[in-house]
Design a protein around this ligand. Structure first.
Ligand code: KE4
Length: 426
């Protein structure tokens, strides 16, 4: 009989930490990662045969649930036409056309194989377009693992207490200026200190990597005005929030238009896809038209394009996000009610199919507040829920994800599990 523990011990002999992405190692919650054997709809099963209601959703992509027939059929049909060409195929144009329709300021797209590549390439493009070296990012925001962006980063880097990674040369990191999310004055100060030398401001417009934090009224609008005033590009990293908080991402929710957008996760439907989008005048600085080099063997991979197109088919149905937001709200309202009933300091909030659960009295509005949680109680709550068959992201600084595959019964079962778990940690 296979066991998670056995598979974890086996994996650690050949994979660093037993994983291929640091956050999967359960370091923030302790215990043994679950080795997933299969997933379907709203569920995953581990190698021991235990079923979990999945609120990880592969960290965002699985907005229509696992193995949706429309996506699987598209992938199977594409696979029979070949797995990779290394040459243009029409599905790349189809998916790019969808992005240009959904995001009016996006006139040109470049696909990559990950969100990291998308953010990294957007950063290089901003530097190449402006001729400037410095960038502004926000403490706790995560944009993947490009060197310049692993400075006071969120997600696993934050969870493990290594927000600024080893191995990033100081003379590179010095060009990364760090501001505070929802603190416009901290951004103004950096522009004042470094006139005419900041290429871009890169931000998660609705962060999910220090857990879900809502932009304060006027904050993103202020970033837009500062970038326009100082000739810097405003880059929205919508790898997580895009096609997740709304079909048009956080920029649709807040009504602020960036210069460049980075996408990922949902637009691959579970397959490796990232994308950069923006006006032709900026994007065409990128190779082969311009001097900013960018390339990738599997960029625009036909299987990934097919999965992304099929997923966009599903989430573009009128009313999809209204329903997703309403039903995720039922879960969130239930969690808040359960915490009140149990007398446990826990709260939750959501936007579309992206949600945050916090071991504190109110949702955090800043990086500092996001750290002010009862981490010990979170660990206990996490493992109790896992034991109840509810799979949440294994970190207090990660958002969780609701899909169209989650049923009313799943919500009922999740809330029952939460009430039992809260009673045990009260
Ligand atoms: P990837 O390289 O992991 O596809 O994308 C990096 C990235 C960029 N921008 C944002 C806003 C992101 O959230 C991410 C990746 N998110 C993490 C979860 N917090 C992925 C999970 C992991 O690292 O395994």
């Amino acid at each position: 009989m296979a066991s998670n523990q056995h598979e974890f011990e086996r994996a650690q002999k050949v994979l660093v930490g037993g994983v291929n992405s640091a956050v999967r190692a359960f370091r923030a919650v302790g215990g043994t990662p679950r080795f997933i054997a299969r997933a379907e709809g709203a569920y995953m099963w581990d190698v021991e045969g235990k079923r979990y209601i999945d609120y990880l959703g592969s960290w965002g992509p699985m907005i229509a649930g696992h193995t949706h027939p429309h996506v699987i059929q598209a992938v199977q049909e594409a696979a029979l036409r070949g797995l990779s060409y290394g040459a243009p195929n029409v599905m790349e144009s189809e998916l790019a056309e969808r992005l240009c329709t959904l995001f009016p300021q996006v006139e040109r797209v470049r696909f990559t194989s990950s969100g990291t590549e998308a953010a990294m390439s957007a950063l290089r493009l901003a530097r190449g377009y402006t001729g400037r070296d410095r960038i502004i990012k926000f403490e706790g925001c995560y944009h993947g693992t490009a060197d310049s962006l692993l400075v006071k980063a969120g997600s696993g880097a934050l969870a493990f207490g290594t927000p600024s990674s080893a191995g990033v040369p100081a003379d590179l990191a010095q060009h990364t200026l760090v501001a505070q999310f929802n603190d416009l004055a901290s951004v103004e100060a950096l522009f004042a200190q470094h006139p005419d030398s900041i290429a871009c401001v890169m931000v998660e417009p609705m962060p999910g990597n220090m857990n879900l934090i809502r932009p304060a009224a006027g904050f993103l609008e202020g970033l837009r005005a500062l970038c326009t005033k100082h000739g810097a590009l405003l880059i929205f990293d919508e790898v997580m929030s895009g096609f997740r908080v709304a079909l048009g991402g956080a920029q649709e929710v807040v009504g602020v238009t960036p210069d460049l957008s980075a996408f990922g996760k949902v637009i691959g439907g579970g397959m490796p896809v990232g994308a950069i989008g923006g006006p032709a005048r900026v994007m065409e600085k990128m190779a082969p038209l311009g001097p900013v080099y960018q390339a990738g063997t599997l960029s625009g991979n036909p299987i990934a394009m097919a999965a992304g197109l099929a997923t966009l088919d599903l989430i573009s149905v009128p009313g999809f996000f209204d329903t997703l937001h309403r039903r995720c709200g039922q879960l969130v309202d239930g969690l808040n009610a359960a915490a009140r009933e149990a007398g446990v300091v826990l709260c939750a909030q959501h936007q579309g199919g992206m949600a945050g659960l916090y071991l504190r009295a109110t949702p955090p509005t800043s990086f500092v507040e996001a750290q002010q949680q009862d981490l010990d109680r979170f660990k206990r709550f996490y493992h109790l829920m896992l034991g109840e068959g509810v799979y949440l992201p294994p970190s207090p600084v990660e958002a969780f994800f609701f899909s169209s595959a989650h049923s009313d019964q799943d919500i009922t079962d999740t809330l029952a599990a939460a009430r039992r778990s809260l009673a045990a940690v009260a």
